[in-house]
Design a protein around this ligand. Structure first.
Ligand code: SF4
Length: 423
């Protein structure tokens, strides 16, 4: 159905409004599990009263996940290089190949970080890095195979559509060949990296050298067809319009209708420090929470919705659990990329359990497939974490003072300079 939408104020400006029968009808329809169009999703994003929007999204969440459990995972993001030829304007992490600040982690360093993660209870590793001009398929195969040989218990939920595109160029392979070889070497699933915003106008503005959003989705569709599932992400707040936010959701849902391969949707907010977009629009917490709720109503074909604590803060993360989210992401033993751009929030497992409980949910540690590993029904049985080691940013180049913390690996000791010609 087609709905007329007045321009009106943006979602950031939205507060309570007098009852709107069309909004009320759509909220009831979506809360009952009915499919809404992207025009209707935009109408709700712009016009639905905040509490009614959250209530409808929470109704969907309760039906999908009826045991009032909210999950978290213990994982570590390992950044294998900051050298990148793609130069995204929102990125504070990368260095061009000619930079004296470029580095590559060697395999021993990566394996040491995996070993630390296992000791701290991690079940998943997210390898994430720049588009290094010298890294073809063999580099990834060697790395993944070595990790799987040493730590077969770790799920490799890593890379994204952009890395596949990059490797296909460097190695002269098709997307399918790249994905088959990565999977055979040990990649279990793709993280949603590189999605940012898939709509071409804002994507071109923030990442002009990255593949178009349609190509990113094409890679995901090929991966799903080969049995390699993924998550889908959204970095909101780089100057996109409300309509472009909803269009991003539509593009993902269309692919999901064909493949069913997206396990979850993970929106988060752009961080403005140390990058070329500094000063551009950020998404408010209010707009973020509205987006979480609309995503829960719109994605009738994606099982899980992850709230963020890293970029919007812990209290907003808690609130997301009342706006449709069923998962609060990772303890994040290590994270450098978003933190380089100003994400300052930090947490630990004990605090995540508290956050989930005080939001009225039962915390459960999950694995990459969202299976419950431990349901923390009774606080008296909570894991003992002497010294508070299971915490975010155990080792992080973007977290001043934490890189030398117990169990951490000093970046300066473990990284080496690159001598590369400019790409
Ligand atoms: S976001 Fe990724 S692809 Fe873009 S510049 Fe940063 S490291 Fe490179």
């Amino acid at each position: 159905m087609s709905v007329a939408i007045s321009a009106g104020p943006s979602a950031d400006q939205r507060g309570g409004r007098r009852r709107d029968p069309e909004v009320a009808r759509l909220l009831a329809h979506a809360a009952d599990g009915g499919r809404i169009t992207h025009e209707e999703a935009l109408l709700l994003y712009r016009r639905a009263p905040f509490h009614a929007l959250g209530g409808a999204a929470d109704a969907v969440r309760r039906r999908r996940h009826p045991h009032d459990v909210a999950t978290y995972i213990i994982d570590r993001n390992i950044n294998y290089t900051n050298v990148c030829v793609t130069a995204c304007r929102f990125c504070a992490f990368y260095r061009p190949p000619s930079s004296p600040e470029g580095w590559v982690r060697d395999l021993d360093d990566i394996l040491a970080r995996c070993g630390e993660a296992v000791e701290l209870g991690a079940t998943q590793i997210m390898l994430q890095g720049g588009h290094h001009p010298g890294f073809g398929i063999e580099w990834y195969e060697e790395t993944f195979a070595a990790i799987k040989a040493a730590y077969p218990q770790l799920a490799l939920h890593s890379l994204g559509g952009s890395e596949v595109v990059h490797v296909s160029k460097v190695s002269g392979l098709t997307f399918e060949q790249v994905i088959r070889r990565l999977h055979a070497a040990g990649l279990d699933s793709f993280a949603g990296a590189g999605a940012e915003i898939l709509v071409q106008r804002p994507r071109q503005a923030i990442a002009p050298l990255k593949e178009p959003g349609e190509v990113w989705l094409q890679v995901m569709e090929v991966a799903h067809g080969l049995g390699v599932e993924s998550t889908a992400t959204f970095m909101m707040g780089t100057g996109e319009s409300d309509a472009e936010r909803i269009e991003h959701l539509r593009m993902i849902r269309d692919v999901q209708d064909r493949t069913g391969g997206f396990r979850s949707f993970i929106p988060w907010t752009y961080q403005p420090e140390n990058n070329h977009l500094r000063g551009r629009t950020e998404a408010s917490v209010f707009a973020y929470l509205r987006l979480v709720a609309v995503a829960r109503l719109f994605f009738d074909n994606i099982a899980h919705l992850q709230g963020s604590w890293l970029t919007v803060g812990k209290e907003a993360g808690q609130l997301s659990l009342h706006m449709g989210a069923d998962d609060l992401g990772s303890v994040m033993l290590e994270e450098n990329v978003v933190s380089s751009a100003g994400a300052r929030h930090r947490t630990n497992r004990a605090e995540l359990l508290r956050l989930i409980r005080t939001a009225g949910r039962v915390p459960a540690q999950r694995d990459t497939l969202y299976r419950h590993l431990v349901v923390h029904s009774d606080p008296a049985d909570d894991p003992v974490d002497e010294g508070g080691k299971v915490r975010s940013h155990v080792s992080s180049t973007a977290s001043p003072g934490s890189s030398a913390s117990p169990g951490g690996v000093s970046p300066s000791r473990q990284s080496r300079r690159l001598d590369l010609a400019p790409a």
